[in-house]
Design a protein around this ligand. Structure first.
Ligand code: PLP
Length: 450
C-alpha cells in the first residue's frame, strides 16, 4: 500500500535504495544499469563525490534564501558560469526548480518583453507537432504530446503548429535534404503569416527532440533558416534544451551545432544532473534590458527561485564537466555508441532508424523496414521493451506515439557522460536481448539501406 500517486496509479514501482555510478539498486537486491539517466537527467551518473561534497558544504553554510530578500554567492557564480558557456548573446539567467517551470518562465518573459515594448497585441506562440515542453498548463499548451495533453486541451491556449524536422518519416523519396528543409521553413513562414506576424511572440522548439520523438536531430540549415525567419518577423526563438542541453549532445547547448543562438534557451534535466531539482532560462541581454529600463520588474517568482543548494549542485556539475573534459567524452562515446547500435541493430528487421547526437541516441521500431510501417499501437511495443529491459537490469526510456501521438515506438538511450565503452557495450547487448524478447519472432536479417 502506498500513499503516493505513482505514475501508474495501480502500480508501485521498484523501491530504489541506493545508486552509484552507472548503477541503481532496488530493495529486492536487483541492480539496473542506468542507460537513460531517468529522462536524460543523470549526466554524471549517481553518487558523484564532487557534487555530493558541494551540496553538503552548501547545506551547512546556508540551505535556503528567498529571492525576494537575498541572492547568494553560489547562485551568482552559477549564473556567471552558465552565461560563460552559453551561445553568443545570452547573458541573463533566471533560476527555477525544473524544466516545466523554466518553460513557463520563458513564455512569460517573452510576453512581458513585448508588452514593455509597446506590442501587447503579440499573444501567439507557434510550436511544432510532436514536441514536449513540460506538464504545467503553459508548457503543455505549447507542447504537442497527445498522451500528456488530450484531457486538458480545453484549458490550454491555442498554439498554431508546424511539422517537426523529422527526416526519417517526412522527407519524401527523391526529395533532397535541402528541399525538405526549405519546405519546412516555408511551412513555418506560412504559419507566421497566417497568425499575423505582428501577433506572434515566439517560436518554440526542441533543437533535438526528446521524449515525444526520440533523439530527432534537425537537418543541416534548418535552425539557421528558423533564425532568419524569426529575425525577419521580429519574433523570438525559444529553444527548449531541457533534455538535449547541458552537454548531452556533445556541446553545452545543442543549438551550438546548428550555428545559431536562440533569444531564450530553456534548460533543466542535466543542469542539476539529478542531484537537485533545478532549471533555468537564459535570455538575450536586450530582452531583459527592456524590462530593466521599463517596469524594472520581471513579473514572476517562486518560493524556490535561485535555491542555493540546487545552485551549488548545478555549479559543481558545470565544474566537473569542464575539469574532466566531459563534452569531448560525450562526443567520443557518442560515436562509439552509434557504432555499437549500428552493429547490433543495423540489420534488425524491426529497427527502422538509429539516430541522435552525442550521448542522446534512439532507435525507432517498425513492423516493416521497407514500408516503415509502425507496430499496432495496441501492442504497446515501447512498454513491452521497457518491461523486458527492466527485467534484464537495464533502464532505457522508450516512448510511444512517435509519429503522430498514437503510432510509432522508439527507445531513447541517454547514458551518463562517465559511461565507458564496456558500459556502452553492455547496454547495447542487454537492449538487444530486451527488444528480441519483447518482439518474439524478431530475427536478425540483413536489410537494404544500412
Ligand atoms: N522540456 C523538455 C524538452 C523536456 O524533455 C522536459 C522533461 O523532460 C521538460 C521540458 C519538462 O521538464 P520537467 O519534467 O523538469 O518539468
Amino acid at each position: 500500500m502506498s500513499r503516493i500517486m505513482h505514475r501508474r496509479l495501480g502500480d508501485k514501482p521498484p523501491v530504489a535504495i541506493s545508486a552509484q555510478g552507472m548503477l541503481v539498486r532496488d530493495s529486492l537486491g536487483n541492480t539496473y544499469i542506468d542507460a537513460c539517466g531517468g529522462a536524460a537527467v543523470s549526466t554524471l551518473g549517481h553518487g558523484h563525490p564532487d557534487i555530493l561534497t558541494a551540496i553538503h558544504r552548501q547545506i551547512d553554510r546556508n540551505a535556503y534564501a528567498h529571492s525576494a530578500f537575498f541572492t547568494t554567492d553560489v547562485a551568482e557564480e552559477l549564473a556567471e558560469r552558465l552565461v560563460a558557456g552559453a551561445p553568443e548573446g545570452l547573458s541573463e539567467v533566471y533560476l527555477v526548480s525544473g524544466g516545466s517551470e523554466a518553460m513557463e518562465t520563458a513564455l512569460k518573459l517573452a510576453r512581458q518583453y513585448f508588452v514593455e515594448s509597446g506590442a501587447s497585441e503579440r499573444t501567439v506562440f507557434i510550436a511544432r507537432r510532436q514536441s514536449y515542453h513540460g506538464n504545467t498548463l503553459g508548457a503543455l499548451a505549447v507542447g504537442d504530446s497527445a498522451w500528456s495533453r488530450h484531457q486538458f486541451a480545453p484549458l490550454l491556449m491555442d498554439v498554431p503548429r508546424v511539422a517537426p524536422c523529422y527526416e526519417y518519416r517526412d522527407r519524401a523519396e527523391g526529395q533532397s535534404r535541402e528541399d525538405y528543409t526549405l519546405a519546412l521553413l516555408q511551412e513555418l513562414e506560412a504559419a507566421i503569416l497566417a497568425a499575423g506576424p505582428g501577433k506572434v511572440i515566439g517560436f518554440c522548439a526542441e533543437p533535438v527532440v526528446g521524449a515525444t520523438g526520440g533523439a530527432i536531430a534537425p537537418t543541416a540549415g534548418y535552425f539557421r533558416g528558423v533564425r532568419t525567419l524569426c529575425d525577419k518577423y521580429g519574433i523570438l526563438l525559444i529553444a527548449d534544451e531541457v533534455m538535449c542541453g547541458m552537454g548531452r549532445t556533445g556541446t553545452m547547448h545543442a543549438l551550438e551545432q546548428d550555428g545559431i543562438s536562440p533569444d531564450i534557451a530553456v534548460i533543466g534535466n542535466g543542469l542539476g544532473a539529478g542531484y537537485q531539482p533545478i532549471g533555468a532560462v537564459l535570455a538575450r541581454g536586450a530582452l531583459v534590458e527592456r524590462l530593466r529600463s521599463g517596469s524594472g520588474v520581471f513579473q514572476n517568482g517562486h518560493a524556490y527561485t535561485g535555491h542555493p543548494v540546487a545552485a551549488a549542485a548545478a555549479l559543481a556539475v558545470q565544474k566537473v564537466i569542464e575539469r574532466d573534459d566531459l563534452l569531448a567524452a560525450v562526443r567520443q562515446r557518442g560515436e562509439a555508441l552509434r557504432r555499437m547500435l549500428r552493429d547490433a541493430f543495423g540489420s534488425h528487421e524491426y529497427v527502422g532508424d538509429i539516430r541522435g547526437r552525442g550521448l542522446f541516441m534512439a532507435l525507432e521500431l517498425v513492423r516493416d523496414r521497407v514500408s516503415q510501417a509502425p507496430f499496432d499501437p495496441a501492442l504497446k511495443v515501447h512498454a513491452l521493451i521497457k518491461k523486458q529491459a527492466m527485467a534484464r537490469g537495464l533502464m532505457v526510456y522508450p516512448g510511444g506515439g512517435t509519429i503522430d501521438g498514437l503510432h510509432g515506438d522508439h527507445v531513447l538511450i541517454a547514458p551518463p557522460f562517465i559511461a565507458t565503452d564496456a558500459d556502452l557495450s553492455e547496454i547495447v547487448s542487454r537492449l538487444a536481448d530486451a527488444i528480441n524478447a519483447a518482439l518474439p519472432g524478431a530475427k536478425l536479417k540483413p536489410q537494404p539501406g544500412w
